[in-house]
Structures are given as structure tokens and as C-alpha cells.
Design a protein around this ligand. Structure first.
Ligand code: NAD
Length: 458
């Protein structure tokens, strides 16, 4: 990505830096115009009309699957199979949103619960919150836009999306498909350009009522400081562990661990960012994990035989490479990988990593597998919780008591038993605690967060 003039945005393929598109970027006037246009939406769409539009969008997504898959892969660097999975997930997110559009239910509350107003009746309704500003990251250019746009529209709100400046083309194509599906243009708009001042306008303009952000913890904190009394949802970074206990089924765990660490080129908020493994099985597990890692192919994300494409840009790859070096200096053993070429980074395994080493103390976004050895279950849980993040965790064990104990003792938004932490289904609540965020996505939960309750007493 390059912002070449105040209002021109270049989008590049991170693999070879090929120029994909030059987009006219937004300026202060055009962002304010987008907000004014959104303000003109008169809330005329009924639940079933929103259902039909979102359903029609699903049909169009399926019809344009090949095209969407290619755009996602080109601008984000993810492999075509990861991009295909993303299209499927976005399809599901919009289908679930269509269904939620018909279920914006309130409740009746009898007033005889308190003395003196026995004859009264209260109705609690759920109302659209108003204009939603959706700010999204580069790593899922379609599905993370879907997780904001779908619920916003289901709840009858106009939405303005500011996608990552690295991956705006997918969001613009989605907007065109939504308009083709019959959505009034003022209900979904996309603005692109210099993030800081666009988001500043979102934070300070009173007509924006909700800010739904997905991205890094640092950016999320800055936005929260500026957003004042607006409703916010923050889906932020993570430092997710996969715990492997001594009784784990290693055959089952290996392929899940490999996909959990390297899927999406290791650039998922819930990628495995730390392996926490009991000492007595560590050698056996790590040897096999390294064997599989060495066989993975790195290169052009459009080549169907490639498993790991480029990181989002060369700077990102350099950052990860520097942290690998610093972690080796800190005493870790580099078992394989570590090579960098442009934005490509070869999948890297490190052993004997400390939980506060440079690679794991902060979120690292890339195909890296740091192993932290522990003596027993209790130490594993202590290591897992010794972090400022709390997104998701995975625990591999065949002991039901340990599975239950881990689920209750781990402080995170989700605990996956015999799965990698990266498990997410579009209808489940998803989000973190501590520095990993505030609020929950998952279609039904995001719809809730995009409405406010109104109490009507009769
Ligand atoms: P990022 O924070 O750099 O950017 C996210 C969005 O914020 C982009 O639209 C960007 O243009 C905008 N932005 C960047 N700097 C800004 C600023 N100073 N002021 C206002 N807006 C700004 O994140 P990224 O690199 O695009 O994405 C990776 C991060 O997102 C990782 O930390 C990852 O864990 C996180 N993420 C979280 C989830 C989740 O659901 N919890 C999902 C995906 C990604």
C-alpha cells in the first residue's frame, strides 16, 4: 500500500509488489458527504426486505466466488484455498444476518414485580443504533467486513466501512454486490485513504453512533480514547496458546497444530502464537511438527501447490524476522525456518522459548511456532494466563477432568478442547478480554450490539 497523494491510494500484490489498482482516496469533504448520505436513510426497509436483500447477496457471492477469491488472494497474500474458505465463511455470515433481520425481538415486562404499578405493562423494543462506522483489518478483507456489515444491515442501520488501506478492493466489490442485490446506496458505503484522519472524523462526528473496530490492540486503544460516548466494539490482537498435555492424541494434534500456526500465513488474530507443551512429550511432538513444517511450500499465493504466501508487506516480514533473532539471542533454539525474502517468511519453529521472550510477549503476526516447555498441567495454565491478552486458547488432552479444569481456569474469550484456538463459527459469540477487546461479534451478538433498547410503559 502507498498513499501517493492525499487522495490516491495504490494497492499492491504483497508477493511481487505488482500494482493492482490505484483508487481515488477520500478526503475530508467526501467522508463528511458519506456521513450525510448515510443520514438520509429513512429506515423504510422492513425485516423481510432486509432478509431478501441479504439473501440475494449470498446468491451473488456464490455467483462471484472465483472473482472474490482471486481479489482476496491478490491483495492480502493469502493462498487461494484460504481465500476460498474466507468466501464460504462470509457467505455464512450474510446468510445468518439475513435470518437475524427477521428476529429483532423485544420483550413484554409485567409491572407487577414492584409495588404500586401492578396494572402497568412495559414493552422493551430494540431499535437501530444509527450510523455504524466499521473499521477493518487486512487479514480477512471479506469476512471481517461481513461480520460488521451483515449485522448492521440486519439491525436496519446504515454502515460506512473503512477497510485496511492494504486490502480495500474486496470491500469495494462487496459494496457493489450489495447495491446490485437491491440495498439502497446510502446504507452501505466504503471510504478509503489515510486511516488516522478518516477515523478521527468517525470518532468526532456526532452522527456516527457506533464504532465497530477490528485490528491491532494499539490502534483499538487510540480509537477508544477518541470515541467519547459512542458505542464501541473492539476486536483486537491475541497471543493465543495451544496447550498440549502429556495424554494428548499426538496423531490428531499434529495436523491441527500445523494449520493453527501457519494457516492464513500465520496472520490470524487466533493463530497459534505460543505452544505450551508438557516436557515429557515435547521431544516427540516437536520432532514431528518440524518434519511437517519442512515440507511446506512457500511462495506465490496464486500457485495452488503453495501452502504459505507472503505476509502483508516486507516491513511486516522484517518485524517478525527481527523478533525471531531477538528470541534466539534470548536463549531459544531455532529448529527450522527463519529465512526471509521480500514479504515471504519461511515457517519457523523455535524450542525452549521463554514466555516473556520478544516473540511471544507481544502479538507476532506470521508463520512462527514458538514452543514453551512446562513441567505439568498447573504450570501450563500459569503460562497461558501470564499475558496481557485473552482472545482464545486451545487445549489438547484426553482427560475430561483436565479439559474441564483448563476451560474454567483459562482467562480468555474462548477455550477450544482438542482444537486449535483459531476455531470460529459465524453464529458463535467471538471476542476477547483484557487487551484482546471489548464486546462480542458473532452475528446474533453483533446485531444486539448494533441496537439499543427502548422501554415503553403503558
Ligand atoms: P491495524 O490496527 O494496523 O489496522 C486495522 C484498521 O485500523 C485498518 O483499517 C487501518 O487502516 C486502521 N488504522 C491503522 N492505524 C490507525 C490509526 N492510527 N488510527 C485509526 N485507524 C487506524 O491492524 P492490521 O494490521 O490491519 O490487522 C492485524 C491486527 O488485527 C492484529 O493485531 C490482529 O490480531 C487483529 N485482528 C483481530 C481480530 C479479532 O477479531 N479479534 C480479527 C482479525 C485481526
Amino acid at each position: 500500500m502507498d498513499i501517493i497523494e492525499q487522495n490516491m491510494l495504490e494497492v499492491h500484490n504483497p508477493f511481487n509488489n505488482e500494482l493492482l489498482e490505484i483508487l481515488p482516496g477520500d478526503n475530508r469533504v467526501s467522508v463528511l458527504e458519506a456521513i450525510s448520505r448515510a443520514e438520509q436513510y429513512d429506515y423504510h426497509l422492513t425485516g423481510w426486505q432486509r432478509y431478501e436483500i441479504l439473501n440475494q447477496l449470498c446468491f451473488l457471492i456464490e455467483a462471484h466466488r472465483k472473482e472474490l477469491k482471486k481479489i482476496i488472494s491478490l491483495e492480502s497474500g493469502k493462498t487461494l484455498s484460504d481465500a476460498d474458505l474466507e468466501v464460504t465463511r462470509a457467505y455464512q455470515a450474510f446468510l445468518l444476518s439475513a435470518e437475524e433481520a427477521k428476529r429483532i425481538n423485544g420483550e413484554l415486562v409485567p409491572l407487577d414485580a414492584v409495588v404500586g404499578i401492578e396494572k402497568g405493562l412495559a414493552m422493551v423494543t430494540r431499535e437501530p443504533v444509527g450510523i455504524v462506522a466499521a473499521i477493518t483489518p487486512f487479514n480477512f478483507p471479506l469476512n471481517l467486513v461481513a461480520h460488521k456489515v451483515g449485522p448492521a444491515l440486519a439491525a436496519n442501520n446504515p454502515v460506512i466501512v473503512k477497510p485496511s488501506e492494504s486490502t480495500p478492493i474486496t470491500a469495494i466489490r462487496l459494496m457493489e454486490l450489495l447495491h446490485e442485490a437491491g440495498l439502497p446506496e446510502e446504507m452501505m458505503q466504503v471510504v478509503v485513504g489515510e486511516p488516522e484522519w478518516i477515523v478521527d472524523i468517525f470518532c468526532t462526528d456526532d452522527r456516527i453512533r457506533k464504532i465497530s473496530f477490528t485490528g491491532s490492540t494499539d490502534t483499538g486503544k487510540k480509537i477508544c480514547h477518541k470515541a467519547g460516548l459512542k458505542a464501541v466494539s473492539m476486536e483486537l490482537g491475541g497471543n493465543d496458546p495451544m496447550v498440549i498435555l502429556s495424554d494428548a492424541d499426538i496423531d490428531a494434534a499434529i495436523p491441527i497444530a500445523v494449520d493453527g500456526a501457519y494457516g492464513n500465513n500465520g496472520q490470524r488474530c487466533t493463530s497459534i502464537k505460543r505452544f505450551v507443551i508438557e516436557e515429557c512429550i515435547a521431544d516427540r511432538f516437536i520432532d514431528r511438527f518440524v518434519d511437517v513444517t519442512r515440507k511446506l511450500r512457500v511462495g506465490d499465493q496464486l500457485d495452488p501447490t503453495v501452502n504459505i504466501g507472503p505476509l502483508i508487506n516486507e516491513t511486516a516480514a522484517k518485524t517478525v524476522r527481527n523478533r525471531i533473532e531477538a528470541t534466539v539471542k534470548d536463549g531459544a533454539d531455532l529448529l527450522c525456518g527463519g529465512r526471509r525474502q521480500g514479504a515471504l517468511l519461511w515457517p519457523t519453529v523455535l524450542d525452549n522459548v521463554r514466555n516473556n521472550s520478544p516473540l511471544v510477549a507481544r502479538e507476532t503476526f506470521g508463520p512462527v511456532a514458538p514452543f514453551i516447555r512446562v513441567k505439568d498441567f498447573d504450570q501450563a495454565i500459569d503460562v497461558v494466563n501470564d499475558t496481557s491478552y485473552g482472545l482464545q486458547s486451545g487445549v489438547f488432552t484426553n482427560d475430561l477432568c483436565k479439559a474441564k479444569a483448563a476451560a474454567s481456569r483459562i482467562r480468555a474469550g474462548g477455550v477450544m478442547i482438542n482444537r486449535a484456538p483459531g476455531f470460529r463459527a459465524e453464529h458463535l459469540p467471538f471476542g476477547g478480554i483484557k487487551n484482546s477487546g471489548v464486546g462480542r461479534e458473532g452475528i446474533k451478538y453483533a446485531v444486539d450490539a448494533m441496537t439499543y433498547t427502548k422501554t415503553i410503559v403503558m
